[in-house]
Ligand binder design. Structure first.
Ligand SMILES: [Zn+2]
Length: 323
């Protein structure tokens, strides 16, 4: 195990690792220190992968430049190490893999599935709300941008005459989800004019390139999963299985995040915070496990992990001391 930087010569193609049967991953964005909310996804994904006898990977999702905080990636990895996490390959950084995303974007463009869009956020402010609280894109530039306007983004042509805009998935925690991406989201952004690749595309390319078979993450990403499945179909890569864990909520019912000033967990004894996370995930660790060693906690957790005990909710209040 190492937190060393990976070699710059990354695998240059999307096709998947044959690998063992189960590959899970944890993909934090380095916008601040690890907090209870992100730890829930780390613990859930690691135990789920191990339970299936598989591998577990860490990926730093740092292409969202402005939100990334210098040094936060290293701090997160150090904190994971302190808590006894072991990853099976050197972590990867999205910011060092942009050529992979670019290649995928080029393929979609070559297939006629993309177009330039000149609309600002304000231009679409009157459109219907999208499933994730943003605005549904009304297709203004689908047939070409108005004269004199320049592209601010590249969008995916979601509905190109086939029925593939309807995505059905059976989430391992949340159950069946059906979404008509065309009606509920519209043509969505794949890249911005400054070259920044959108999360939806990057995550699909990364999961495929890393051979991820089992995605376990926070339920705040559930509504964007159909977009990712649509992209997987268009790029011809496998769709992993998905399990969306309840998101940890603060006292006002908002997602616990660096922005809501979630308490860093760095000062908390490892066994204590791991047990609190297991409890949050419905795993009912015995009370005395909190005083055990880190290793002992992981041994208990690996033996008892059961995804079907995770509450089938999109959000749950975090224990008061971590808000
Ligand atoms: Zn537009």
């Amino acid at each position: 195990m190492t937190t060393d930087q990976p070699k710059p010569a990354l695998r240059a193609v999307v096709p998947c690792d044959p690998g063992p049967t189960c590959v899970g991953r944890f993909a934090p964005s380095p916008s601040g220190p690890l907090h209870f909310g992100s730890l829930v996804a780390a613990v859930g994904s690691a135990l789920d992968a191990r339970r299936g006898g598989g591998r577990w990977l860490v990926r730093i999702e740092d292409i969202d430049g402005p939100r990334s905080q210098a040094g936060a990636d290293r701090a997160i990895l150090r904190e994971l190490e302190r808590l006894g996490f072991v990853w099976d390959a050197p972590p990867v950084w999205q910011s060092r893999r942009t050529e992979l995303y670019r290649a995928a974007l080029d393929r979609l463009a070559a297939a006629g599935r993309t177009y330039g869009c000149a609309c600002s956020r304000r231009d679409i402010a009157d459109s219907a709300p999208a499933v994730d609280g943003a605005r549904r894109y009304p297709g203004t530039c689908r047939a070409g941008m108005a004269a004199g306007r320049t592209a601010r983004s590249t969008r995916l042509r979601v509905d190109a005459g086939e029925t593939d805009a309807v995505v059905r998935l059976v989430d391992r925690v949340q159950g069946e989800i059906v979404q008509n991406v065309e009606c509920e989201v519209g043509d969505f952004v794949l890249a911005h004019a400054d070259g920044q690749i959108a999360y939806q595309l990057a995550v699909v390319v990364d999961d495929a390139a890393q051979g991820v078979t089992d995605v376990v993450r926070g339920a705040d990403l559930l509504d964007s999963t159909p977009r990712q499945i649509l992209l997987q179909r268009l790029l011809g890569v496998p769709t992993p299985s998905y399990g969306h864990l309840p998101v940890a909520l603060d006292r006002s019912g908002d997602k616990l995040s660096k922005q809501t000033l979630a308490r860093p967990i760095a000062d908390v004894p490892a066994a204590q915070i791991l047990c609190a996370t297991l409890e949050f995930l419905g795993q009912a660790p015995p009370a005395d496990l909190r005083r055990a060693g880190v290793r002992e906690v992981w041994v208990w957790a690996a033996q008892h992990w059961n995804l079907s005990r995770v509450p089938r909710l999109r959000g749950l209040p975090a224990p008061a001391q971590w808000c």
